[in-house]
Design a protein around this ligand. Structure first.
Ligand code: PCA
Length: 328
């Protein structure tokens, strides 16, 4: 004991202490606000991503995932990352369409309605997203599509006319706009509050994936889901550029690699779970239906109007993006 005490006062021991302190200081801790429940496939993927980063950096970069909008509400996460209140976060890109049309291109109905087309659209959109987010002091790490969006309703439909006056849960500017086009009443509610909104009758319908219907137990109040395969909006994990640049090169590389893996894993899991959700929703008593011809045609028309609107807002660059996508 005496010996150890003595040892601590030697220059060598002092150096060891300083090194230990240096190691502790070199550990970086990041908060990652996410807006969806822990059991959601996006969130599970993020948790795996954080683990991969931890392992690859030997614990040098620790990312704490805050699920279900517990740290910031969904629409606040982007600004939190931009301002550095969170170093990294998950956002639903289409939520930010009013800031810049590029964020909304994956929310246009029937522009890209399969996983394959959605990947092509992402490849076209990504360079612009990189630029826009870069100019805002952030960096896109990866993005993963939600499964295709379908229509949750309480009664069977023949056309969109049957939706007139129905209380419609919107999650983005585009889904609110859709409600207006079909004569429904939009109420914007983020996923974390959807369960409550349906249970209390604030809303009676929404367009979303099987994932969110399952996560929110929508089957307790809604019995039909039309598998319209209308669009596949994406969640993106973004990082504050200053926080990213403050990492050493090896940590940056580990983060980028884990992000690329998460992107591949996330798209695969979205497609796989899309099928699983349909089975589970059916087990819970929901009817999963193909839209009848008139309903399908009406919705396509809504998509055409929304694409024209988007192209108008996005100008020449936007039109170029759409034609580049169509050529892919
Ligand atoms: N779920 C999210 C966005 C798209 C989706 O499938 C939601 O409904 O909020």
């Amino acid at each position: 004991m005496k010996c150890r005490l003595f040892a601590l006062t030697t220059p060598l021991a002092a150096l060891a202490l300083a090194l230990a302190a240096g190691t502790a200081a070199a550990q970086t801790k990041w908060d990652l606000p996410a807006a969806y429940p822990a059991s959601n496939f996006h969130t599970e993927n993020i948790i795996q991503f954080a683990k991969d980063v931890d392992t690859a950096t030997g614990g040098k970069l620790k990312i704490t995932v805050h699920t279900n909008a517990s740290l910031f509400k969904a629409p606040e996460i982007k600004r939190a990352v931009q301002g550095g209140q969170a170093q990294i976060g998950e956002i639903l890109l289409v939520n930010f369409e009013n800031e810049n049309p590029i964020f909304g291109v994956d929310g246009i109905p029937f522009l890209a309605s399969s996983f394959a087309d959605s990947k092509k659209l992402y490849a076209t959109q990504k360079p612009v997203l990189d630029k826009v987010l870069g100019a805002q002091g952030m960096k896109l790490l990866y993005a993963v599509a939600w499964p295709p969006q379908g229509l949750y309703v309480k009664k069977e439909l023949t056309s969109v006319a049957d939706m007139r006056g129905v209380k419609w849960r919107a999650y983005s500017p585009a889904t609110a706009k859709m409600a207006e086009l079909i004569g429904a009443q939009p109420v914007t509610i983020q996923a974390a509050e959807v369960s409550q909104a349906f249970a209390t009758g604030v809303v009676d319908s929404m367009m979303s994936s099987g994932a969110t219907g399952f996560d929110t137990k929508i089957y307790e109040s809604v019995k039909y889901w039309y598998d319209t395969q209308a669009w596949l909006p994406k969640n993106a994990v973004i990082v504050n550029l200053k926080a990213f640049n403050a990492l050493d090169a090896a940590t940056q590389a580990a983060l980028t690699k884990a992000a690329a893996d998460a992107e591949t894993r996330g798209w695969a899991s979205s497609a796989e779970k899309n099928e699983w959700y349909k089975v589970e929703l059916t087990k819970k008593g929901m009817k999963i239906l193909q839209p009848p011809p008139k309903l399908a045609a009406d919705l396509k028309q809504v998509g055409t109007i929304m694409l024209a609107d988007w192209e108008k807002k996005a100008g020449a660059d936007g039109q170029a993006l759409i034609s580049a996508y169509r050529k892919k």
